[in-house]
Design a protein around this ligand. Structure first.
Ligand SMILES: [Ca+2]
Length: 345
C-alpha cells in the first residue's frame, strides 16, 4: 500500500559536496496493538501487504475481562478509548500545587480499603483508607503533591481491596501549567445549549447544542504565552463543521478537520483530531480536538467556543503549546490505541 509521497531536500553550503549518501526509510506503524479474536487451537498470522522484508515480531496476549456491579469513579477527566473498550482517567496538575484525588464507589455495598499505588516518592502522604458503604455513592479522598516537568505523564493505580478481592483502576497525571481543566457542562452558555446526563462522558454529563450556541470558559494562565485548546466533542455526520473560538473577544473561525498521516495540526483555522483509519471512526465517536495558537496573557481570560446544532461538548483543556506538552497530550488524548498495557489486544 503506497499512501505517502515525500521528497528529500539537501542544501549544500557553497563549495561543499555530497558523495555516497544513502537514505533509509523507516516506517513505524502506529498501532502498537490491534484487537482481534483467537480461535481455540492453532492460529495463523498473516500480512496482507508485502512482501515483508524486515523481521516482524508479534506477541499475542490473552486478556480476561470481568463485569462488576461496583461502580468506581474518580474526579478526573474520564473518557473512553479504543472504540469504547477502555476508559482513561486523567488528571492535569501544575507542579507543586496540591491535587485532590477523590474515589467514589457505588452500586453495591463495599467493605474494605482504598489505596493509591505506583506514585513517585514524595507525592502521597496518605496510606490506605478504610471504607464501608451500603451501596449508595460514598468515597475517600487523597491529596497529592505533584512534581515534574511540563509534559511528563505519571501513571498510578487506585487499588480497592475487599478481603481477597482486589480491583485496580489505572489513572494518569499529566504535568502541565494548564490554564483550564473543565467539564463542558460547567461552562457558561449562550444560545440553545443544554446539559444532558451521559454516564459514558466525562463527569457524567455533556452539553448538547440545539442551534447556534456559545460555551464560555474562564481560564487562568500561570504565564503569558501560546496555548492550545483541547476540546472533547462530537460533531456528528451531517452537522456543520464550522466553529468559532474566541479569546478575550477576538474571534477565529475554524473548521473541524481529521488528521491522518502527515496532516498539519498547526493550521490555526483547524480544530484537528487524529483519525485512526483502522477503526473508520470518522466522526462517529467523541474525540479530542486541538486548536493551536491561543495567545493568552498571564492571569484570567475568557475562551469561547461557538458551534452549530448537533454538536456535543464534553470537556476542555487549555495547555501550554510546547513540544513536550503537545506530545504528551496527543498520546493521552488523541491516540485510540496508545495504552497497550491496558488493552493488549
Ligand atoms: Ca463532561
Amino acid at each position: 500500500m503506497n499512501r505517502y509521497n515525500y521528497w528529500l531536500r539537501v542544501e549544500l553550503a557553497p563549495g561543499a559536496s555530497l558523495a555516497g549518501a544513502q537514505v533509509r526509510t523507516v516506517f513505524c506503524v502506529s498501532p502498537l496493538s490491534l484487537p482481534g479474536s483467537l480461535a481455540l487451537g492453532e492460529n495463523d498470522l498473516s500480512f496482507v501487504a508485502g512482501p515483508v522484508t524486515e523481521p516482524v515480531e508479534a506477541e499475542l496476549s490473552w486478556l480476561e475481562r470481568y463485569r462488576s456491579d461496583l461502580g468506581v469513579s474518580l474526579n478526573a477527566l474520564s473518557f473512553y478509548l479504543m472504540d469504547d473498550q477502555n476508559r482513561r482517567d486523567l488528571y492535569v496538575a501544575r507542579p507543586g500545587e496540591p491535587l485532590s484525588v477523590e474515589v467514589t464507589v457505588e452500586g453495591r455495598a463495599f467493605a474494605g480499603e482504598i489505596a493509591l499505588e505506583g506514585l513517585p516518592d514524595g507525592w502521597l502522604a496518605d496510606g490506605a483508607q478504610p471504607l464501608r458503604t451500603d451501596g449508595a455513592p460514598a468515597g475517600v479522598g487523597f491529596t497529592l503533591t505533584p512534581s515534574g516537568e511540563g509534559g511528563e505523564i505519571v501513571p498510578f493505580e487506585v487499588v480497592l481491596r475487599e478481603g481477597e478481592r482486589e480491583r485496580r483502576v489505572p489513572a494518569q497525571v499529566l504535568i502541565a501549567d494548564a490554564a483550564l481543566v473543565a467539564e463542558a457542562e460547567n461552562a457558561a452558555f449562550e444560545g440553545p445549549a443544554q446539559v444532558a446526563e451521559a454516564p459514558e462522558d466525562s463527569g457524567g454529563a455533556r452539553v448538547e447544542l440545539a442551534g447556534d450556541a456559545t460555551l464560555s470558559f474562564a481560564v487562568d494562565a500561570p504565564q503569558a504565552g501560546t496555548h492550545a485548546l483541547w476540546v472533547r466533542m462530537l460533531i456528528p455526520e451531517g452537522t456543520s463543521t464550522r466553529m468559532t473560538v474566541t479569546v478575550n473577544g477576538e474571534a477565529r473561525d475554524l473548521r473541524v478537520a481529521s488528521m491522518i498521516g502527515f496532516s498539519d495540526w498547526e493550521n490555526e483555522s483547524h480544530a484537528s483530531t487524529k483519525l485512526f483509519a483502522h477503526y473508520g471512526e470518522a466522526r462517529r465517536f467523541p474525540a479530542w480536538y486541538r486548536v493551536p495558537g491561543l495567545d493568552l496573557p498571564a492571569g484570567e481570560s475568557t475562551v469561547g467556543i461557538t458551534a452549530d446544532a448537533g454538536a456535543r461538548f464534553d470537556a476542555a483543556l487549555v495547555l501550554p503549546q510546547t513540544d513536550a506538552v503537545d506530545r504528551a497530550a496527543m498520546n493521552l488524548l488523541m491516540t485510540w490505541n496508545f495504552a497497550p498495557w491496558l488493552l493488549p489486544l
